[in-house]
Each structure stands twice: as C-alpha cells, then as structure tokens.
Write a protein that binds this ligand. Sequence first.
Ligand code: PHE
Length: 348
Amino acid sequence: MTMLREQLLDDLSQATTAEQVEQVRIKFLGRKGLITNLAKDTDFSKLSPEEKRDFGAKLNDLKRLATDALQEAADRAKNAAESHAGAGGARIGQETRLIDLTVPGSSSTLGTLHPVTMIQMELEQIFEGMGFCVLDSPEAETEFNNFESLNIPGDHPARDMQDTFWLQNDMVLRTHTSANQVRALKRFGAPFRGIFPGRCFRYEAIDPSHENTFYQCEGLMVDRNISVANLIGVMKTLLSEIFKKEVKVRLRPGFFPFVEPGFELDLNCLFCGGAGCPTCGDGWIELIPCGLVHPRVLEFGGIDPNAFSGFAFGLGLTRLAMMRYGIRDIRHFNSGDVRFYEQFAPIV
Ligand code: PHE
C-alpha cells in the first residue's frame, strides 16, 4: 500500500491539467483501478479478524488520501487554466499555452502628420474663422482653367514662368492653385470667400529651394467694394495667427496677369526683426504673391466687374512649413524618409 501511495502522489505531481488528473483518478480509483483492485484481489477468508481490521483501516486511509490528493490536484489544474486564460492565454486544442509576462513587449510606433498637412490644417482653421470655405480641387487641369481663364493665353510670355507637365490628353498638371479661381466663381458666384489648398507641379530643376511637386494654398474673396486694405487685413491676421505674434508686412509691385494691381507681400523677418540676416538678406522675406482680381478673370467667372471686386493670393504652403519649422531643404518634404517625419509630434 505504501508503494501505491507513492506511485499515486508521483503521478499527481506530473498531472497539470484537469484531464491528466482525471486519468490518474481512473488509474487508481476507477472500477478497475489499482486501489479498487486491492480490495478485490485480497482473499479475506485467509485473514484473521485482527488482520482484516488492520487491512480495512489502511485501505480506507489510502482511499481518503487518494481522494483528497486528487481533489487538490484537480483544483490546482482548474486555477492554473483560469489564470492563463485571464492573462490572455489561448487554449489550443486541449493544451493551455503559457505566456511569459516578463518578456518585454514590442513597442508600436506612432505616425506623425506631414508638416505640410499640419500647416494646411492650421490655415484651414484660421480661414474658416474668417468665413472662408475650403474647396478640394483636381490636380490635372484644363488648359483653360490653368492658363486662359487667368489671362494667360497661349502666346503669353507668362507661360514661360511656369514650366508645365502636359498630359497626353491636353490636360496639364496644374502649375498653381489659381486654376480654381474661375471654377469657384462659376460654381458659387459672388459674394465668395474660399481657399483651395493643394498640390502643384512644375517642370523644375531640383535644388534645396526648388521642387517639381509642392503645395500652395490659394485664397479668393469677391464682394462689393473689396480693396487692397481688405487684402492686407486678411494677410496680417493670417500671418499673426500662424506665427503667434503681431507681424509687419510690406507690399511690393509684382506681375501676375490675373491680378491688377499685383503684389509681392513680404514678411518682416522673424529671425532678425528686419535688421538683415543670412535667412532674409535685407530684413524682408518674400512670402505671398497676391493682388486684386483682374476684371477679365471676374468676367470669365460670370461676375460683373462693375458690381464686384476681389482679391486673390497664392500662399506657398511648402515655403510656409519651411519657415515655420526651420526646414532648410525643400527636398525633405517628398523624400519619404521617416527620419525626417519622425521629428514632428506624433498623432495622439
Ligand atoms: N498663382 C501664382 C503663382 O503660383 C501666385 C498668385 C496667386 C499670384 C494669386 C497672385 C494671386 O505664382
């Protein structure tokens, strides 16, 4: 009996699942179990009353011990199964897979927004605050929208300023977001306030400040009695909000066939305060080409130039992002190099 007891405890110490414990039970206490057989195989008639009593007592002890040990082992197996399941342990077939909670987890990386996207989102918010709508627009344009409607006919030298990618179907990859001015006027009429941010393309030789693919944000406001004062007011509000402080601007004459008068709006250098530094040269940074909408453009858009006037500007989004984040080479933007993007705050 002592040997059976040892054997039982040994078997149970190896049984970790409920099924294995059950097998041990059957082996010892089942109908043909080793302990059950013990009583069956003994010829009681050969034993003296004293021996019978002794045998009976020992057998009962062994049965009680076996029942208790089996119960304990079954409880242990059940608890283990539950805690593994709780820790995310997956049951595969009859097995419970163990998970080592001390192994370091694999960290997932958070993505960031592209710096141009961040600037664009900020601009959209600022302009929406001033009552402007935000319009989406196509990157492949008609020659009419990109050039003719903007007072740039086929033989106009201004076409040379914008080296163009022509598509085989006579469309162009838009060279500027101004291509949406007439589209928007035709669709919404006057009065109108809107911005059209988007990607533009020019056939450029690429260097630190020139890219063939870049972003602009066009703005257009048409209403009664719009003047240069309105243009300056909106530009100053925009720049103060973007750079988080009051900024000084100046207008210089600039030529664009679709505005009259046309200007280059310069920003008083934020690095040197206008004294002159390596970034700006003479204290001013050329930032936003703009002007009052040419009467012909209004006419192309179906608007009466005697009743309405307007201003337009073409903000270089990529340029603005470079200034805002201190990025010195435009080629980083389209590089797809994660080491560049990782420097910007992750999206949370
Ligand atoms: N579309 C012009 C460019 O890309 C910029 C511009 C826009 C100028 C609106 C005046 C008014 O060069």
